[in-house]
Design a protein around this ligand. Structure first.
Ligand code: SF4
Length: 384
């Protein structure tokens, strides 16, 4: 990886030194051994990185003005109901979503949301006791939506499926299919309270990738009460089925019951997993979704993500865009908050058609913020 810094000393600096020179990362405790290991892994095959963030919306063009939460609403066909009540979620993730408890309601919601500028939606719902979301009654209305509004993108949280269900989803016109891949039986049984097997998760992914849908599995790092357990097996499953992209998120167990507490995952372990994922899937877009713990640990996790060559990061911590520039990554910024959640970035990566923001503008905006004044001075910018 080449360094496009202007000073020759910076060219020869270690990544740890470069990170140490990024002021907003002050006090962030990166593991020297891990950083050196990632640097030496020579992951130069991924020069480009895209940050998805609403932070830089101040200079959005009229073309981008529609970006924001209402552009990608999340809609639940069960409202806030979920029979599984997993230990890390307890169905709370569904509560703020727009309910569409009938197919007719879904049609109405989509029309209302489009009138308010929605470009697509994440369609989801609570699971039954087999970790299936019962979409059967909705496929005709999804087809009707896609026929009436072909440009309206629909990303579907599929949960577990079989061949028939995957075919129904594809025939209905779903653009992106998303599912969590779990690689440890203990996690399935204990965290999800589920009598399904790791093989069921793999079979579901296999059925989805056999269709025309863009399939974007997620791996939740630290899902086993904050510890990493089945993540590497999940990675192997994903590698066997070559989806359009892989989204990594870090568990945020806001709703964990007191008797089953989650620990905060160790940032170094998360960083090691990023490196392993990058090596295992050198040609698959790897994206860090917005779910991850806040605070200093987020800056550590994001720094490792940039170093390990992930292709996209939602809501980067302060200083991480600068770190990417200083490490020589070809940096793009998409001023949107929800595109990873709905799979839009997958289309953008493939077509190279993501919304581009002039990096000089971005830096001007960064300089305008008191904390970031002068931060990127002296760095030649590639604003392609
Ligand atoms: S199945 Fe999904 S929505 Fe239901 S509790 Fe588990 S994580 Fe939350």
């Amino acid at each position: 990886m080449s360094h496009r810094t202007s000073s020759s000393s910076a060219v020869n600096a270690s990544w740890l030194d470069i990170a140490g020179g990024v002021e907003p990362l002050d006090g962030v405790d990166l593991d020297a051994v891990l950083v050196t290991r990632i640097e030496r892994a020579n992951l130069a095959m991924q020069p480009r990185i895209n940050f998805y963030t609403p932070t830089f919306k101040s200079y959005v063009t009229s073309e981008l003005a529609g970006c924001g939460k209402s552009a990608w609403p999340a809609v639940s066909i069960t409202g806030g109901e979920c029979a599984l009540a997993c230990d890390h979620c307890k169905a709370k993730i569904l509560e703020p979503m727009i309910p569409a408890p009938t197919p007719e309601a879904l049609w109405r919601v989509v029309n209302e949301q489009m009138a308010q500028g929605a470009q697509g939606m994440l369609l989801t719902g609570g699971s039954n006791h087999r970790n299936e979301v019962e979409y059967d009654a909705y496929y005709p209305v999804v087809r009707r939506i896609k026929d009436a509004f072909p440009a309206f993108r629909i990303a579907l949280h599929t949960a577990l499926v079989d061949e028939r269900i995957a075919g129904c989803m594809a025939d209905a016109g779903i653009d992106a299919a998303m599912m969590d891949v779990i690689g440890a039986q203990d996690t399935i049984a204990q965290v999800y309270h589920l009598k399904r097997s790791v093989a069921d998760f793999e079979r579901s992914l296999e059925c989805l990738t056999a269709t025309s849908m863009k399939v974007v599995p997620h791996i939740v790092i630290g899902l086993h009460y904050g510890r990493l357990l089945g993540e590497w097996e999940a990675l192997e499953i994903v590698a066997r089925h070559q989806p359009a992209a892989l989204v990594l998120v870090v568990v945020m167990p806001f709703y964990a019951p007191a008797q089953r507490p989650f620990v905060t995952p160790d940032a170094r372990q998360v960083g090691r997993f990023f490196l392993d994922a990058r090596r295992r899937l050198p040609h698959t877009p790897l994206l860090l979704g917005c779910a991850r713990p806040a605070g200093r640990i987020k800056a550590e996790i994001d720094s490792y993500a940039v170093m390990a060559g992930l292709n996209g990061i939602a809501h980067p911590a302060d200083g991480v865009v600068e770190l990417a520039v200083r490490l020589g990554r070809d940096v793009r910024v998409t001023p949107a908050c929800c595109s990873i959640a709905v799979g839009d970035e997958v289309m953008a990566l493939e077509q190279d058609a993501g919304i581009r923001v002039d990096l000089r503008d971005l830096i001007a905006a960064e300089r305008a913020r008191p904390r970031a004044t002068g931060k990127l001075a002296g760095i030649p910018i590639v604003a392609s």
